[in-house]
Design a protein around this ligand. Structure first.
Ligand code: BGC
Length: 811
């Protein structure tokens, strides 16, 4: 009952308040339109390369001029993206599936059936209410089909397409109900009657999350083809039409395992709690669990995806030189259609001291378009860092270190985790320490995690206890406090920095405590008057004093699917779909083109990419993120960052680091071992930071092992900067929870944050959802006190902010 009252109150508050975050996808826009008309083709190409063909009995590609009857109202009201800041782009150029098919030169549609659905979609019964933040529909009401409608449709063609649509989003988890993870009664009725009537049935799933597909077993013989088409952005319709017609040969591969049942996902027992979730599965996330413990529970494995042609992937060369491994692979098109192939390199590590996943992805590449009979060589270069494991409990002599365990490392090449060929082996004779990092973000209480033992080669699931470490954080912080730079009375201007007359460090000496404080927070609100309408907020030169010195405001805007402003923007395919391309080059090119749009709209930092791990299929923001695998997440995010930053603007990977669910998203605690952190949840960010140098990075709302990410010194300083060498700025997610430091109890909120090396509070304001322009005073209240905030810490933040400001003026 309590829950019901709370949800109702929340609903009313959202409905009747002017929510600054309200979803306006497809909403109207004002002002000039700076979209590049040529961008559509690239979006369409990326979208179609991300569509995954799960089944095909030969019906696809469709014969030329094939007439199809399309069932399912989402074909008309296509779900182009997920909800919230990761999908909310104002575009007036979305092309639905039905329209995409209509525009295709080679597919004909049953227009009478299309009219039936179009009428339903515009009727009162078919009305879609998607205006209230966090209450968006996960499905759209389906039209009632009668047997005679379906039988009549059959007179037009022997081939039907059935489309199932789902959406989830920010603050809108998917749920284990009909209309959420499961199909609706009406959808089953539609499948029943269509599969009974038509000989050939193609199913298209239009969803940002993985949804239940167990029902495909029931209709198995009746389903001619099954496509996971995700949420393809504004070019959704044309990209699917190109796949169906064969104009583009499908080459998308799953970046998540599709299990037979929800319960088969190991995280399902520990997901969705408002307050705390123990990551019991540890490193065994996604295919790492299924391939190690439960192969029989998989419906479609990680990396699965069909093509209209066949490829032979053969190892060509395997060489070990100075600890580095070079692997070359020949990919030959042995079929009849030109096509591309994703080539994955996997390793099976020895489980000498530490339990290991049966298989781990190491790297991947996508081929160019290969003509029938032709081949391409793909090369991988691997170093020992890519093969390490993290010992968090001292099973090797090197506790809290990345280690290379002794034994044989077997390398496999192929596509899915199930379709591989051995490429070579590498033997490590002794367990060695590759890097000692110490204990970081330790558990506050011991937890139990999944493990195994092997008796005579027979694997048995077991559990093991992971103990907490003694806290050393306070001393580590005090030992590494940045030095104060003595203040001066100089009246420097920022222009002097630009003209190289003085350094940023010199300039900072002339800033007052109040000015330093202003540089550590955003201007106060979304839609900041300092930037274009619809922006997400501003930082940098936010006060008159700073502006008078020549410091520019830095304007931020969402997000992963394109620019979220009150201007027309291009709506990209969702993150998961982009990752399913396995095509780093294409993603970089796509985001580079988006970078041009950013330039035209005067935005400095785009709050993208979203790159948290798909820990569970219900995760509301999975659509924005890339994969259950950190290598895919890291490499695809790097490509996006490189593309976005081509013209000098900044990307902002998010949400660092354990933001894996929307339930209680800004208060729950992700409780996990340091090994799971290092090998899974931090790994993608590490790759992204090291490969692509983002200039901004956003920490998550929630906690990791009891510490809010926006106060976590271990995350923002120790791991990100000291270990990975990150040189950019760290900003909070939009508003943060008030809290006191455990180590320095006199410090709270902004002092606690700046001590944690989290530079800028976004979008500013005094409290959660507060839009006032003043600060809450907490940063400087301990200045001058024993162990209070220091000048050096405030200057450290200011220097980082000013580097971004200098970059802006240099562009
Ligand atoms: C989201 C971020 C987003 C920010 C600004 C937050 O609620 O979690 O991903 O960038 O809002 O819109």
């Amino acid at each position: 009952m309590d829950k019901f009252i709370r949800r109702t109150l929340e609903y009313l508050v959202h409905k009747f308040s002017r929510n600054p975050l309200a979803q306006t996808v497809g909403g109207t826009a004002e002002g000039e339109d700076n979209r590049d008309p040529n961008f559509k083709e690239l979006m369409c190409q990326a979208g179609s390369e991300g569509i995954v063909l799960l089944e095909n009995n030969g019906i696809l590609p469709l014969e030329e001029n094939k007439c199809v009857s399309v069932f399912g109202r989402v074909a008309h009201n296509y779900m182009y993206c997920g909800y919230g800041s990761g999908g909310d782009v104002r575009t007036n150029t979305c092309t639905s599936l039905i329209e995409g098919l209509r525009q295709s030169n080679t597919i004909k549609i049953n227009e009478e059936l299309a009219k039936f659905y179009a009428d339903f979609a515009t009727s009162k019964k078919g009305y879609i209410d998607d205006q209230v933040w966090g209450h968006w529909p996960r499905y759209y009401k389906e039209a009632k089909l009668t047997k005679s409608i379906v039988e009549h449709a059959k007179e037009f063609s022997d081939t039907a397409i059935v489309v199932i649509g789902r959406a989830a989003g920010e603050d809108r988890e998917n749920i284990l109900k009909a209309g959420g993870f499961y199909l609706l009664k009406e959808e089953f009725e539609m499948l029943d009657v269509v599969t009974k009537t038509f000989d050939k049935v193609i199913i298209i799933i239009n969803a940002g999350n993985v949804i239940d597909l167990s029902w495909t077993e029931k209709y198995k013989d009746k389903i001619s083809a099954l496509l996971y088409a995700w949420q393809g952005g504004e070019q959704s319709g044309p990209q699917i039409a190109k796949i169906l017609s064969g104009e583009i040969n499908p080459s998308g591969k799953l970046t998540d395992t599709i299990a037979k049942n929800y319960k088969d996902y190991i995280s399902s027992k520990n997901f969705g709690d408002q307050d705390a979730n123990i990551y019991f599965e540890d490193i065994f996330v996604g295919y790492r669990y299924f391939e190690t413990f439960a192969k029989d529970k998989v419906l479609y494995p990680f990396g699965h995806g069909l093509s209209y042609t066949n490829f032979e992937i053969t190892p060509a060369n395997f060489e070990i030189k100075n600890g580095n491994i070079s692997i070359t692979v020949t990919v030959k098109n042995t079929g009849k259609f030109a096509g591309k192939e994703a080539v994955c390199l996997y390793v099976s590590k020895p489980d000498s001291e530490l339990p290991q996943s049966a298989i781990d992805l190491v790297d991947f590449e996508k081929t160019d378009l290969i003509n029938p009979g032709e081949e391409q060589i793909i090369a991988f270069e691997i170093n020992e860092n890519q093969l390490t494991s993290f010992d968090d409990v001292g099973k090797t002599p090197f506790k809290n270190s990345f280690v290379l365990c002794k034994g044989t490392y077997e390398f496999y090449i192929g596509t899915s985790v199930r379709k591989t060929t051995k490429a070579g082996v590498f033997t490590q004779h002794e367990t060695t320490q590759v890097k000692h990092v110490g204990s970081t973000l330790p558990l506050q209480n011991e937890i139990t995690r999944l493990s195994y033992t092997k008796n005579n080669g027979v694997m048995q699931e077991t559990t093991e206890i992971v103990k907490t470490e003694l806290a050393t954080l306070k001393q580590r912080i005090l030992d590494n406090l940045p030095k104060d730079i003595p203040q001066t009375q100089n009246n420097y201007t920022f222009k002097q920095v630009l003209d190289n007359e003085i350094t940023i460090e010199d300039f900072v000496t002339s800033l007052s405590i109040e000015e330093l404080e202003d540089l550590s927070r955003g201007e106060g609100m979304m839609h900041s008057p300092l930037g274009m309408d619809g922006n997400a907020g501003a930082y940098g030169g936010i006060s008159k004093k700073l502006q008078d010195k020549g410091i520019p405001a830095i304007i931020t805007a969402d997000g992963p699917a394109g620019l979220r402003l009150k201007r027309y923007g291009s709506l990209l395919p969702c993150g998961t779909q982009l990752a399913c391309t396995f095509n780093k080059k294409l993603i970089q090119e796509l985001f580079e083109t988006l970078g041009k749009e950013i330039a035209a709209y005067g935005v400095d930092v785009i709050l993208s990419p979203g790159m948290n791990i798909h820990r569970n299929p219900l995760g509301g923001r999975n659509f924005e993120y890339y994969s259950e695998d950190p290598i895919v997440s890291g490499k695809i995010a790097s490509a996006a960052v490189k593309g976005l930053q081509t013209y000098g603007f900044s990307a902002c990977p998010k949400h660092f680091a354990f933001n894996n669910q929307e339930t209680g998203r800004n208060r729950n605690d992700s409780i996990l071992s340091e090994r799971a952190m290092r090998e899974i949840y931090l790994k993608g960010f590490e790759i992204c930071v090291k490969e692509s140098n983002p200039k901004n990075l956003m920490v998550a709302y929630n906690k990791g092992n009891g510490v809010w990410c926006h106060y976590s010194y271990d995350l923002a300083q120790k791991i990100l900067r000291d270990e990975w060498g990150y040189e950019g700025l760290v900003i909070t997610d939009w508003w943060m929870q008030s809290s006191k430091s455990q180590e320095f109890p006199q410090m709270k909120n902004n002092a606690y944050r700046v001590r944690g090396s989290v530079d800028v509070l976004m979008p500013g304001g005094k409290h959660f959802f507060d839009h006032s322009k003043e600060s809450d005073g907490t940063l400087i209240e301990t200045y001058g006190q024993n162990e209070g905030i220091t000048l050096g810490e405030m200057q450290r933040t200011a220097i980082r902010v000013l580097k971004v400001c200098k970059d802006k003026l240099r562009k």
